[in-house]
Structure formats: C-alpha cells, structure tokens
Design a protein around this ligand. Structure first.
Ligand code: FAD
Length: 429
C-alpha cells in the first residue's frame, strides 16, 4: 500500500485516512478525473455538485502528490506577475486573471466553511525583499495593484517593521498581504476528499491511468486492471504526469523543492519569530518560503533541485538557508525533511485548457497552486458541464511554449539558468 512521504503533515493528521479500492472492473460515468490532488478533487467536487456521475482515479493515494506536501502558502496572482500579463495581453485580460486569482483565494475559505474542513488556516503573508532594488519593485507593484485592481490589502513594511514581524534582520523590507494566508495542506486535501465522497464521487486509489483513448461518442480511460468509459475527462496530474502522450507534457518542467521541519520553538523564540503567524516568501530565485506550524515548528522550504534523490545533501542545504535567515534557530533539531515536484511552465502561468470537446486539463501551477488549483477545477467543471467559460478562455489566451530540449534535455537547461540566477542573487544584482 502506498503511503505519504514521512512529513510533518503525515505525522500531524488528526484522523485516520480512509483508503479506497483499486479500479478492477469496467465503469461508466459522465466525468472521469485523473489525479487526486487539489485540482482533481476540486474538479470532481464541482462536477458532482452539478449532478454528474464522477469517477476519480489516483495512481497512489489521494493527496500523495504536491497537494499533500506543499508549504501551504496561499497567495493570489500568478507566478509571472499580473503586471507582465497586462504588458503582454492588455488590461482587460490582466483584470480577468486577477479576479480569478482573487476568487481562488476566497474559494478556500468558502470550502473550509461549506465542508467544515479543519486545516489550521491562518491569515496574512509577507513577501520579503532580499535587496533594495527588490523592495522598490515590491513598492511599485503595491501601488499598481491598488490603482489597477483597487486591491487594498497590501501594506509596505520598512526594514525595521519587517525585522519585527519576521524576527530576522536579513531583509530590506517587505509587503504584508492581509489577503494571503496558510494552511495544513494534507488536512485540507483530506477535507476535500471527504467532501467529494459526500457528493457521491466514486474514488479509486492505486489506479494509474496508462492510456486514454478518444472515441467518437466518449473516452476510454485505461488502468492495468480496469477501465472507465466517460463522456469527458479532466487530466489533473500536474508535475507527476508521465507517459499519457497527450501532447501537453512538454509544456511543463517538473522541479523538486524541499521543506525542513524543526522541533517546536520554545516559548521565548515563539514571541520573537513570526509573532503574528504570517507566512513568508522571499525574493531569492530559489525562493525561501516558510511559516510556523500549528504546533510552532518552523516549516522552511526553499532549495530547488531537479530530483528527489540526495536527501541528506538537500537537508543540509535547506538547513543552511534556514540558519542564514534565522541564526537563532541554529541549534534546533530538524525532525522532518521531504520534497515534492512542482510543475513550472515557461511563463509561470498555469496551463489550463481543453484539447478538444472531451479532454480537459489543468497543470503548470509553477509553485503557486494552493489557491489556483481550486479555481482551476471549478473552471474545468463548469466548462465541461455547460460550455467553455470566459475564465477558461482567459487561460487559453495565454500561450504556452514547450520547454526546449525535449524530456531528456529540459532539465540540464533549467539547471544552467538557475545557477546563473543564483549567482545574481548572491551578488544582489
Ligand atoms: C514541496 C512543495 C512546496 C510547495 N509549496 C507551495 C506553497 O506554499 N504555495 C503554493 O501555492 N504552492 C506550493 N506548491 C505547489 C502546489 O503544491 C501545487 O501547485 C499543487 O498542489 C498542484 O496540485 P495538483 O492537484 O495539480 O497536483 P498534485 O497534487 O501533484 O496531484 C497530481 C496527482 O496526480 C496523480 N497522477 C499523476 N499521473 C497519474 C496517472 N497517470 N493516473 C492516476 N493518477 C495520476 C499523482 O499521483 C498526484 O497525486 C508546492 C509544491 C511542493 C512540491
């Protein structure tokens, strides 16, 4: 039986996970969802709410992918930055994507309330600047969002205020976003799972889809031990997609990122570090992202690698980063380390769309998926049930390039670019 990686999240669940059977027979349904993370569950929930018969297939167990292991940080916007969207696609398009990203954040609170999900949700996040130039960029961005979208939840923090909020003197300032937040992702994913089951979604685990055949009236989804005949399909495999040959894989680059979790901070440290329980994301290219857990452990993520091997080396690298930001935590023991894959797109905007009138997909959240996956699922479900929505069109308008070099050479290319960017961070360029 597959289990979750040995993470703080898996060890701090407050209930037993229910397990679901492996697909053994042949089934019929309206919508078959492939992938049991935030996006797949969200699609399944929204389609089931509309009265459709939904089957969800997960190759491991629900929440096994990035959704059950991430930093839990909730941010609006897309990784690329909404200003870039405006420059490239115009103000109307930027406004549309901005509103979607805002709804994405709100959807999390709505679902927590609707399905009574207990997932340690907290409000507020800080984007911390690692150089004066980056702080200036943030300040401009803050003004832009107020002027363009009337977004008034941002507050500029100077160096001293940032130091007081975070408990670290390494930053030049920051932006507090009161609309951001954080949660326990595995508790949230299991809450969504319960909601999906309550809405009669039929769930199968350890059921890896290895082929999708598109026929005239329907699609056929095949696993090694069974099949599903569905009117429409949603492919929600994100970075873990492999071998489905749908022509969308080369638009994303799987990229590993790691989180270390310390033992709980003592009460003295708790008063000094992240005293208002905000999450933080800084501006390094290998961005550091961190927050306190409900039990006051430091969850610190950041090091980007290109595989999940060499855990000991990565643990050391992540701990070095943590110690640089918080020298006072040097003596704390690291009790857990785990990693997972995010899916980058070339332009860092999620790739959400339809291949034809039967096959829909959402992936490439580029490390920004805690919020956007939920709304992506809603957009997919609405477009599958009625007709393509304006929101789906807004995502489809953003064109996605393939990563150059094909599957074998994508990785070395990104390693080279990242190494150059890291040097720029070191020299504060
Ligand atoms: C360590 C880490 C930290 C992160 N931190 C943050 C953060 O703080 N904030 C943020 O916004 N984002 C963060 N992210 C990104 C975020 O977690 C993802 O964007 C999001 O979880 C993607 O959800 P998903 O449902 O699309 O994909 P996943 O959760 O990866 O789910 C895809 C599922 O599809 C299944 N699957 C794949 N192929 C098949 C198949 N052939 N058949 C059946 N099932 C299949 C996989 O097993 C997997 O369970 C982080 C990611 C990682 C790894």
């Amino acid at each position: 039986m597959t289990s979750y990686p040995d993470s703080y999240y898996a060890s701090s669940l407050d209930r037993e996970k229910k397990y679901y059977p492996n697909l053994k027979d042949n089934y019929n349904c309206d919508i078959c969802v492939v992938g049991g993370g935030f996006s797949g569950l969200s699609t399944a929930i929204e389609a089931a709410k509309k009265g459709l018969k939904v089957i969800l297939l997960e190759q491991n167990i629900i929440g096994w992918g990035a959704s059950g292991r991430n930093g839990g940080q909730i941010w609006n916007d897309v990784s690329w930055g909404i200003e870039v969207i405006e420059k490239k696609y115009g103000i109307d398009h930027a406004k549309q994507l901005w509103n979607i990203s805002q709804s994405a954040v709100e959807l999390i609170d709505q679902r927590i309330a609707e399905f009574e999900i207990k997932c340690d949700k907290k409000n507020g996040g800080i984007n911390a600047a690692t150089s004066v130039a980056k702080l200036k960029e943030y300040e401009k961005n803050c003004e832009y969002k107020l002027k363009t979208f009337n977004y008034d939840k941002l507050e500029v923090l100077d160096k001293l205020q940032t130091e007081k909020e975070i408990g670290s003197s390494v930053y030049y300032g920051g932006i507090l976003d009161k609309g951001a937040g954080h949660l326990h992702p595995l508790k949230y994913v299991l809450g969504l799972l319960e909601a999906a089951e309550y809405l009669n979604v039929k769930i199968f685990e350890n059921s890896c889809v290895n082929k999708i055949n598109q026929l005239i009236s329907h699609c056929e989804v095949l696993t090694p031990t069974g099949s599903v005949k569905a009117k429409k399909i949603a492919v929600c495999c994100n970075a873990y997609i492999k071998g489905l040959n749908l022509g969308i894989e080369s638009r994303i680059m799987p990229c590993a990122t790691y989180i270390v979790c310390t033992e709980p901070l003592n009460t003295g440290l708790q008063g000094a570090i992240l005293k208002n329980d905000y999450c933080v994301s800084d501006t390094n290219f290998d961005l550091n992202y961190y927050r306190l857990s409900q039990s006051k452990r430091m969850l610190f993520g950041g090091v980007v690698g290109y595989s999940l091997r060499n855990v000991e080396r990565l643990k050391k690298r992540t701990k070095i980063q943590l110690d640089k930001v918080f020298p006072s935590l040097k003596s704390l023991k690291v009790e857990y380390i785990w990693g997972g894959y995010i899916a980058l797109t070339v332009n860092r905007v999620p790739d959400i769309g339809m291949l034809n009138d039967k096959i829909f997909y959402a992936h490439g959240f580029s490390g920004h998926g805690v919020a956007l996956t939920g709304i992506a699922g809603k957009i997919l479900a609405e477009s599958m049930v009625t007709e393509k929505t304006k929101e789906l069109e807004a995502f489809e308008k953003v064109k996605h390039k393939k990563f150059p070099g094909g599957r074998l050479f994508r990785m070395p290319l990104l390693v080279t670019i990242s190494a150059m960017q890291r040097m720029m961070d070191i020299f504060n360029v």
